[in-house]
Design a protein around this ligand. Structure first.
Ligand SMILES: [Zn+2]
Length: 376
């Protein structure tokens, strides 16, 4: 990762670059600040810069062997420690046991938080930690000579999740650091760290991002309209990770909604050519989106029933959905709801079992023309 790939944080970046220029790189640094602002990417970019064979004025070159290794997560002098969910069954006790997942996650999107990491591991709600086994692994890695003749770098993400034993072992290392070793700690919660660890590190405060930086990032990377990006940036309060999630969710929900409305209108009008064309469009989506779409359809049917019969509060609807349902819900009633749910549910199941999407959606669309009419 290069500094220029990280939005904002110009002051922090120049501070880090100056440390290197003045040859005053502290052996233990703590990147501290709110979650979701890009502290881990900053630590990664700093490591790459430090080890780069041909650093430019304010960034690593991105082209030398060292930069390539750093970007490919196979640099022999850059090590990562991060919280994992221990599991005897899956043989997971240290970060290295989840190295593959870690690389996957960062390469997909380097801006994530603990929630995103657990979600990626499919271990939401579990108890992640950095345990004492990790200390042994850290010691082994630091016992090796630096390959690059510069530094060995140990990036520790969320040291506040170290248990006491692990934290005490880390403290010893910080007190008597092995030669040419650099610890970069990246923490969201200063108050959960041992004060003795804090006192052994140099603090680097990383602030929330400003609205404009987030807005620009969303427009460029998430391809959303400037006015939507502006309001999302405002809502996210400087948290880039939240802003990205919001932008993705917003985009996907809108796409599903738009497709669903068109499918229902086409089914109602029952024009053969339009029916073929929308079936083809649905068949072209990737399987995950097809499954989301079918689930989304069931959600809208359910909400229609609630609106028709229970007169309940439709808290699960966005504005565009609510105004659509004001007109559409009356077509969904006890004359067709069971069959509609059944058809969508069966299609959802079959897509999961690799059914032929074109046949499946053509079939579903034709059935829908009858089912929608039944409700009239
Ligand atoms: Zn380089």
């Amino acid at each position: 990762m290069r500094f220029k790939e990280i939005p904002g944080h110009e002051k922090t970046k120049s501070h880090l670059i100056n440390e290197v220029k003045k040859n005053r790189v502290s052996h233990a640094q703590m990147f501290i600040g709110p979650s979701g602002v890009g502290k881990l990417p900053l630590a990664m970019a700093f490591s790459q810069f430090l080890l780069c064979e041909n650093p430019k004025r304010g960034d690593s070159c991105g082209e030398c062997q060292s930069c390539k290794q750093a970007a490919g997560f196979n640099h022999p002098d850059i090590h990562y420690v991060f919280p994992i969910v221990k599991s005897a069954k899956d043989k997971v006790s240290i970060s290295d046991d989840r190295k593959k997942e870690w690389i996957e996650k960062i390469q997909k999107d380097p801006f994530f938080d603990l929630h995103g990491w657990l979600h990626h591991l499919d271990e939401l709600g579990k108890n992640p930690q950095i345990g004492v086994d990790e200390s042994k692994s850290i010691n082994q890695k630091l016992a090796l000579k630096a390959y690059s003749n510069k530094y060995k770098i140990m990036i520790i993400w969320l040291p506040e999740l170290m248990n006491n034993q692990a934290a005490n072992k880390l403290l010893k290392l910080l007190e008597e650091p092995p030669e040419k070793t650099l610890f970069l700690l990246v923490s969201d919660q200063q108050d959960k760290l041992l004060p003795t660890i804090i006192s052994r590190t140099q603090f680097l405060k990383v602030n929330a991002l400003d609205t404009e930086t987030i807005e620009k990032y969303l427009v460029k990377h998430n391809r959303i309209e400037a006015d939507v990006a502006h309001s999302i940036a405002g809502l996210s309060q400087g948290n880039l990770v939240e802003a990205i999630q919001f932008a993705q969710g917003n985009k996907e929900a809108h796409v599903l909604f738009e497709l669903f409305v068109r499918l229902m209108r086409t089914a109602y009008a029952a024009n053969a050519l339009d029916l073929i064309s929308i079936s083809e469009e649905l068949a072209m989506l990737d399987r995950e989106t097809q499954r989301s779409f079918l689930k989304y359809g069931m959600h809208i049917f359910r909400e229609s029933i609630i609106l028709n019969y229970l007169k309940g509060d439709l808290i699960n609807l966005r504005n565009e959905e609510r105004s659509f349902l004001d007109k559409f819900a009356r077509f969904i009633n006890n004359k067709n709801i069971y069959e509609l749910m059944d058809e969508f549910n069966t299609a959802h199941y079959q897509i999961g079992r690799n059914a032929n999407a074109k046949i499946l959606f053509t079939d579903l669309t034709i059935k829908l023309t009858k089912l929608v009419k039944k409700g009239v």
